[in-house]
Design a binder for this molecule. Structure first.
Ligand code: GLA
Length: 391
């Protein structure tokens, strides 16, 4: 009897205390994910080679520390006792060894699974195994869990994700919890206390503004983020999906604009290309410290779209210390000659600011004069404005 009482008290206390891990993802998580380029073609060699490349090419030191193994890492079925197991052919050394390797190289270890019975690629999902899986992930040294939403049946999204949150918390290892529920149940309204980031749409694909059955280009996603700015902040981010920067299907300008705007959105920056085989231009985009600094600004504000015209859109992001990032996108098919008066932005800031062209690495004078320049189709001009001291 006493034992039962003790157990009940323990259970109550654990449940009451279960919460998401605080103090994680205070700036948008950055890293690399296997899915966009490799889908099911993954193994431990790919992950290790990618990690080594990211050390050699400066990505790790630029902040890309979460290496996330997406769908298709599991064996087709769980073990007889329900334990989730890795595919022994793809990951012969096991996930604990992979985690140890990544940690020894200065990375964090991310993994994918699903809140439903099976993952989208038909591997074992987490439903009914949440506490068992959370213990396993903790034992493997996992630091980041992306949790998908395929095959969820009639499950309630909020309750289902809370169950996994509680399981992770109970297992005790601080893990960034990335909800991948595609925005179907407006997670921005309820997920702040459940996870650290939540997908806002279906999948991104490698084009500017195409729409496919389940996936879409970055411009389509961008347009659907406009109303969501107020929900993002340190420890809880809107996730407009991983980067297609450097993938076939995007011009260099489109890759640059995609990256710039994801930084404006304070989006998680998960590279999704084959970093072992990328051009210098793409590497320079992904590792540009000044652009990344806009994404990683500690204030954690997501940009607002201030204006939309056929040949230019103006996005504004507040930064710390009375600085601002402004991004002008040319969404049109021909070059746009733009003259922009900074006083158009007086709703956000008044007074005199120094204007720096972030990609060109040039100071352009102050906000007392206009910006004039040409922006190529689907390209951007990106500025950082810093307050000039009065007098
Ligand atoms: C869903 C997710 C993708 C990816 C795949 C894997 O489509 O939205 O990001 O994880 O599943 O099957």
């Amino acid at each position: 009897m006493k034992k039962n009482l003790l157990l009940a008290t323990l259970l109550l206390t654990t449940t009451a205390w279960a919460q998401k891990f605080e103090g994680l993802a205070l700036t948008p998580p950055m890293g690399w994910n296997t899915w966009n380029t490799f889908a099911a073609n993954i193994d431990e060699r790919l992950v290790k080679e990618t990690a080594q490349t990211m050390i050699d090419n400066g990505m790790r030191d630029a902040g890309y520390v979460y290496i996330v193994v997406d769908d298709c890492w599991e064996a087709k079925d769980r073990a007889a006792d329900g334990t989730i197991v890795a595919d022994p052919l793809k990951f012969p050394s096991g996930m604990k060894a992979l985690g140890d390797f990544l940690h020894s190289k200065g990375f964090k270890f991310g993994i994918h699974n699903c809140a439903g019975t099976r993952t989208c690629a038909d591997f074992p999902g987490g439903r009914g195994h949440e506490y068992q899986d959370a213990l396993r992930y903790a034992a493997w040294g996992v630091d980041y869990l992306k949790y998908d939403w395929c095959n969820h049946g009639t499950a309630d999204a909020r309750e289902t994700y809370k169950t996994m949150r509680d399981a992770l918390h109970t297992a005790g290892r601080p893990i960034v919890f990335s909800l991948c529920e595609w925005g179907q149940n407006k997670p921005w309204e309820w997920a702040k206390d459940v996870g650290h980031l939540w997908r806002t749409t279906g999948d991104i694909t490698n084009c500017y503004d195409c729409r496919k059955k389940w996936s879409m280009g970055w411009k389509v996603i961008l347009d659907s983020q406009v109303e969501l700015f107020e929900f993002a902040g340190p420890g809880h981010w809107n996730d407009p999906d991983m980067l297609e920067v450097g993938n076939n299907g995007l011009t260099l300008a489109e890759s640059r604009a995609h990256f710039s705007l994801w930084c404006m959105l304070a989006a998680p920056l998960m590279a999704g290309n084959d970093v072992r085989n990328m051009s210098k231009e793409i590497r320079d985009i992904l590792t540009d410290r000044d652009v990344i600094a806009i994404d990683q600004d500690p204030l954690g504000k997501q940009a607002q779209r201030w204006e939309t015209h056929p040949d230019h859109e103006v996005w504004v992001k507040q930064l710390s210390h009375d600085e601002w990032a402004v991004c002008i996108l040319n969404p049109g098919p021909v070059p746009a000659k733009i003259t922009y008066a900074w006083k158009e932005l007086e709703y956000y800031f008044k007074g005199n600011y120094q204007v720096r062209d972030v990609w060109q690495k040039k100071n352009l004078g102050t906000t007392s004069s206009n910006f004039s320049g040409e922006i190529a189709p689907h390209d951007v001009a990106l500025f950082r404005l810093s307050r000039l001291t009065d007098g």
